[in-house]
Design a protein around this ligand. Sequence first.
Ligand code: KIV
Length: 271
Amino acid sequence: MSVHKNIKRVTTNVLQEMKNSGEKISMLTGYDFSMARIIDDAGIDVILVGDSASNVMAGHETTLPITLDQMIYHASSVVRAVERALVVVDMPFGSYQGNSKEALSNAIKIMKESGGHAVKLEGGQEILESIQRILTAGIPVMGHLGLTPQSIYKFGTYVVRAKEEDEANQLISDAIALEAAGCFAIVLEKIPANLAEKVAKTVSIPIIGIGAGNGVDGQVLVVHDMLGINNEFNPRFLRKYNNLYEQMKKSIQDYSNDVKSGDFPNEKEQY
Ligand code: KIV
């Protein structure tokens, strides 16, 4: 069911309407102009300029090294390509955990310099003051709970979170706190499907899952993972819609062979 397919601009209100009417929300990451054009043209509702750019675009092992200016560079490239989707920009590690004043000025910098439509922050009650302060400036905030990759050195591993009752209860109370603070949506990453469904039923704002089952209001994947551009990441939750790594490699090999054999360019391909 896609009643909002013809909408000109996806806003946070449109996402809320989607949840209210039972229409699932589609979200993918995007980091550059060319890919964002394709994603937007395909009708994806939300493009997340994720700090996963640190892994996918820059080859770092974690999301921690990416800087505020690098996030703004990626986000502004995406914004220039997009006509319909809501563009959400991750606040990078270290840009909001220090204090709420710093968080607000960094969120304002992202909005001013990238033209993005909202920011996403990882964490629950421990970052509530920062979230509240950002919201006072009229900047929409998306929350992110469960596996929060910026805290990888605290967790120690990327395994499923909140399997135990204590952590599950904490996650539910964090989701309630984020909704009460005024977040417009929450990403839940890598948690049991029944817990994610419970959260989606408990709060009234949209819940977007990644590795969180089908009982939530929408799904997000890293675009390079679902297109099979990255062939080294194969978690259970990932559905691959293509194997672009092999297809792109084959095209590049064909080109190289044509250059070396003298077949390219031919007469029609020159002036
Ligand atoms: O940075 C990112 O790509 C994310 C998604 C995995 C939700 O935060």
